[in-house]
Design a protein around this ligand. Structure first.
Ligand code: MN
Length: 308
């Protein structure tokens, strides 16, 4: 099932080209306050999923809906820093995920499909990072890799927008609008195994990143298991798995499209309107990204779209 958050805190099921609003059904079965309807849906999933089989509710073309991040208010967004070897290489990093662990992005950085990434400074470099993300379904504390997938509710696309430089990752990746997510989440049963998921990112129509999750250093089970050994994972928490090679800068007016096979396309634009001078002095320090004019290597032209 494809589940979307939309409008002012509502939830819907994506049915072909249509979005069926099921907010009233979910609210009736999953009472609660203080958290989003999507988190309530996830927490009460066994009861909710049975009720949603009938798909009873107002419907309209999903393109006419205002899509929000599938989970608008996760208690945390956990991210893998260097989890593909080709990205480790392009960033000249000595360590990858097994030497770095995970980091956190602020949940307030989330935006939904068709949103706008707002660059805060005019004198710093900001990059796109294409990633496949998962949403936690059942609480997890020190689960094994073998148990991990049983705690995953679903999958979605995520852009880990990043300021390059020497500031802490939690700063560089947590500016408001720096975590586009969506367009919706696909439940794990429909999505299937997360071990060979093709995804690609195009910037202004040109493919910049293309990979499969089969090349993850820590796959989804290992990442969930490790994260759960550090912090208790709660329903609705987001874990984003890391970015492959091909990262590059984004600028005012750019259009970013992320296609994740089995999910769909997440599209956002980029604006530098109102950008100011950066108040911190991390420019010129930190991991060195590939040059701005770097092109993806030849032989990477077959796209996830072509393979569908
Ligand atoms: Mn990343």
């Amino acid at each position: 099932m494809r589940l979307a958050s939309h409008g002012d805190g509502r939830v819907g099921v994506v049915d072909g080209h249509e979005l069926v609003d099921v907010s009233d059904v979910v609210a009736g079965l999953a009472p609660g306050t203080g958290i989003s309807l999507m988190r309530r849906l996830i927490g009460a999933w066994p009861a909710v999923s049975a009720a949603l089989a009938e798909l009873d509710g107002p419907r309209w073309p999903w393109r006419e809906a205002t899509l929000a991040p599938p989970v608008p208010d996760p208690s945390k967004i956990i991210a893998a820093p260097v989890n593909y070897r080709d990205h480790q290489q392009e960033m000249s990093q000595d360590f990858h995920v097994d030497g770095l662990g995970v980091f956190l992005k602020a949940p307030s950085s989330l935006i939904g499909a068709a949103g706008t990434v707002r660059l805060p400074y005019h004198d710093r470099r900001f990059d796109h990072e294409a990633e496949v993300a998962l949403v936690i379904g059942r609480p997890a504390r020190s689960v094994t890799a073998h148990e991990a997938l049983g705690h995953v509710f679903g999958y979605t696309g995520l852009l880990d927008i990043t300021m390059r430089g020497g500031e802490d990752r939690s700063t560089r990746k947590s500016f408001d609008t720096f975590t586009p997510m969506g367009p919706w989440l696909v439940t794990a049963d429909e999505f299937g195994p997360p071990d060979d998921v093709l995804f690609e990112l195009a910037l202004n129509g040109r493919v910049r990143q293309q990979a499969s999750t089969r090349d993850l250093i820590w796959g989804v089970p290992e990442l969930v298991a490790y994260a759960s050994s550090v912090m208790t994972l709660l329903p609705g928490d987001v874990i984003t798995t890391g970015t492959p090679a091909g990262v590059g800068p984004v600028a005012d007016g750019d259009l970013i499209e992320l296609d994740v096979t089995g999910v769909g396309r997440l599209t956002v634009d980029v604006s530098a309107r109102g950008a100011v001078t950066c108040p911190t002095r991390g420019a010129g320090r930190g991991p060195v990204p590939p040059p701005a004019d770097h092109q993806p290597a030849a032989g990477h032209r077959a796209t996830a779209r072509d393979r569908k």
